[in-house]
Write a protein that binds this ligand. Sequence first.
Ligand SMILES: NC(=O)c1ccc[n+]([C@@H]2O[C@H](COP(=O)([O-])OP(=O)(O)OC[C@H]3O[C@@H](n4cnc5c(N)ncnc54)[C@H](OP(=O)(O)O)[C@@H]3O)[C@@H](O)[C@H]2O)c1
Length: 391
Amino acid sequence: MFLPKTMKAVQLNQYNSNLLRVLVAMRVTEVPLPQPAANQVLVRVEASPVNPSDLAFLRGGYNVRKALPAIAGFEGAGIIVSTGEGSNKNLIGKRVTFYVNDDRQGAWTEYVALSDKDYFVVDKDMPVEQAACLFINPFTAWALVELARKGGHKAIIQSAANGQVGKFIRHFAQSHHIQVINLVRKLAQVEALKNEGAKYVLNIGDDNFEEQIRTLASELKATAAIDAVGGEMSGKLFNALADNGEVIVYGGLSGQPLSGFDTLGAIFGNKTVRGFNLNGWISEKKSMSSIRFHKRYRRSSPAASSPRKSRHHSLSISLWRASGSIFPRCQQGKFSCDLKPLQQTTNNKQQTTNNKQQTTNNKQQTTARASIPRESSKEFNPCGKSSPHTL
Ligand SMILES: NC(=O)c1ccc[n+]([C@@H]2O[C@H](COP(=O)([O-])OP(=O)(O)OC[C@H]3O[C@@H](n4cnc5c(N)ncnc54)[C@H](OP(=O)(O)O)[C@@H]3O)[C@@H](O)[C@H]2O)c1
C-alpha cells in the first residue's frame, strides 16, 4: 500500500486557559508520517471526537501536558494500514478503536502508530463515528461501575447523569443490578431520562434537592457517589451517603474546588473521597483486550456466541450495542455525542466527498470526524460556537 512520507496534523502551539486563544492559534500542519516500531501498527485515522478531556488538555488543565508544538486528541478510530516488525500482518485492513497518550502523537491527525495495548479491533459494520468514541467514555464508565461493584455498592448516586459517561454508567450499572440515582440540572432532562427507563432522577436545581437526595439515598442505601461535577456537589453527595460511603470524583465540570463536606461524616461515618482517572486505570492494564467485561455481554450478542469470533469481536459488539441505545443519533447514521464540530475553514471539495457527514448541508449536525483534507487551508477553525469552559 502506498503511504505518504508526510501527513497533516492539527497542531497545538500554545496552552492557554482561554480556549478561544488556543483554538485560534491551532494550525493544520504537515508533519512526518510516524513509523510503526516493532509490535506496533500504523493506523489511518478516520474519525476522532472532541471530548471534555481534550478541551482541558488544550487549556493546560489536564494531567497530560505534551511538549509543544503537540498533536492533540486522545481517542479515535481508523484502519490499520501497515504493521511493524513482529506484528500480525493479518491486522492490515482491520478497523480499530484506539487511545493515544504519547508526547509526539495525538488522534487529530491522519496517521498514528500504536502499540497493541492501545487499540482493539472493532466490528467491521460498526459506524466509524461510534468506533471513534468507544474508548474513553465507555471504559471510564465501565471502570467506575466495576469500582462500585467490587466495593459491594448496591445503589449509587451519579452527577452529570445526562452526559455521555453518565449514560454508559447507567447502562453498565443496570447489568449489575446496581440502582442508580441520576442527578441532572434541567427539568427536561428529568423527563428524558425517565422516558429512557431511569427510575430515579433528581434535578439538582430543585429548592429541596439536598433533602430529596438524602431521603432517596437513605431509602436505597446508596453507599457510593460517582461525581463528574466537583465543587459543592461533591460535598452534597458525600453528606447524602450512608456511613462507610465513598465519593469517587472523575470530573471537574463545575470548575470549583471540592467543598462542603460534613467533617463528622468523615470522622464518625468513615466516609471517604477519592479520584479516578482513566489514564491511571489504563496504565495498570497490560492490554485493553485483557479486560473481561466482554464475557458478561456475550450472551446478549448472537454473533459473539460463535466460537469462531474473537474476544475483540464480542467486546466491540457489546459496546456497540450499548452505545446504540446511548447515542440515539448514531442509529440514524449521524453522530453528535454533544461534541463541538471540528471544522476546517476550507471549501475543499475532497473533504465534502470523502466525509459526507461533515458537509455543510446540515449545519445542525455536529460531527466527531476529524478527517483532514490533503489540501486544506492552513487556518483551523474548530467551531462556530464557543466551547464550554469546564473540564
Ligand atoms: N477521569 C477520567 O478519566 C475521565 C474520563 C472521561 C470523562 N471524564 C470527565 O467526565 C466528565 C463528563 O464527561 P462526558 O463526556 O460525559 O461529558 P458530557 O457528555 O459533555 O456531559 C456533561 C454533562 O454534565 C452536565 N454538566 C456540565 N456542567 C455541569 C455543572 N457545573 N453542574 C452539573 N452538571 C453539569 C451537563 O449538563 P447539561 O446537559 O445540562 O449541559 C451534561 O449533561 C467531564 O468532566 C470529563 O472530563 C473524566
